[in-house]
Design a binder for this molecule. Structure first.
Ligand code: HEM
Length: 217
């Protein structure tokens, strides 16, 4: 089963493209991360009340979804190698790209985990769930003294904000590098991560219908 999945995915990676699974992981996570930055910024500025609480709950649900997707994406990467592209980038750019990807994974762990800590350090901790579907427990900080709970909250908040700044810096860097590949280096790096767009002008062989032979009069 795993072998068949890998063969299927490698039929794409051999041609320099990510498999549809890799492509959709990338774009869904990119969309969720951007939305999460916006939703975090917005909820911090809402006046105290029901709307703010609802925004916090939604923020945590999506944050956990990002954590779950980062784990699944990591496992998928262990199963299927990334495609080799035709970029002729210097070594420093290749290693910068690797570090950027690692930093994304690090931040997709740091942000949800520090958020989870913050949430659990405020007593009584409100219920938590992944995407509003799978209930998750609070971290066991209820036994700590109020002074320690404040310490945990403070540290977690600082880590969360550092993660937010890191992500907000990393995204333009990542997009800038992609634009550089596409418009200046003109290699196939960006094409590899774009979804396949069906080409209706070149029908599949089985769709090509033979014109009936002209009838003799
Ligand atoms: C990738 C995932 C996440 C991203 C990108 C993210 C992003 C943000 C942003 C942009 C802010 C606003 C910072 C500000 O303007 O002051 C914020 C605040 C906050 N986030 Fe997240 N977050 C994520 C995951 C989570 C999770 C999973 C939780 C809870 C379980 C959480 C709980 C909070 C809380 C409680 C605050 C308010 C911090 C404060 O009071 O200063 N976050 N987050």
């Amino acid at each position: 089963m795993l072998g068949a999945i890998r063969d299927w995915a490698e039929s794409y990676t051999r041609t320099g493209k990510y498999s549809p699974v890799g492509v959709w992981f990338h774009w869904i996570m990119a969309g969720l991360a951007l939305y999460q930055l916006y939703s975090g910024w917005r909820m911090s500025r809402l006046p105290v009340g029901g709307d703010k609480l609802a925004a916090y709950a939604q923020h945590s649900e999506i944050g956990f979804l990002i954590l779950a997707m980062a784990i699944l994406r990591g496992l998928w990467r262990l199963l299927v190698m990334d495609p080799t592209n035709d970029a002729q980038s210097p070594a420093w750019q290749r290693s910068a790209a690797e570090w950027t990807q690692l930093a994304f994974y690090g931040l997709f762990a740091l942000l949800p985990l520090s958020g989870w800590c913050m949430w659990s350090a405020i007593q009584p901790a409100e219920p938590l769930s992944l995407a509003g579907i799978i209930p998750l427990p609070a971290m066991p900080f209820y036994d700590l003294s109020p002074a320690w709970q404040r310490e945990v909250l403070d540290l977690a908040r600082r880590l969360h904000l550092a993660g937010v700044v890191g992500l907000a810096l990393l995204i333009p860097l990542h997009v800038g590098a992609a634009l550089n590949h596409h418009f200046f280096a003109r290699d196939d790096v960006v094409r590899g991560i774009l979804p396949e767009i069906p080409d209706y002008e070149t029908p599949e062989p089985e769709q090509v219908q033979q014109d009936p032979a002209p009838r003799a009069r």
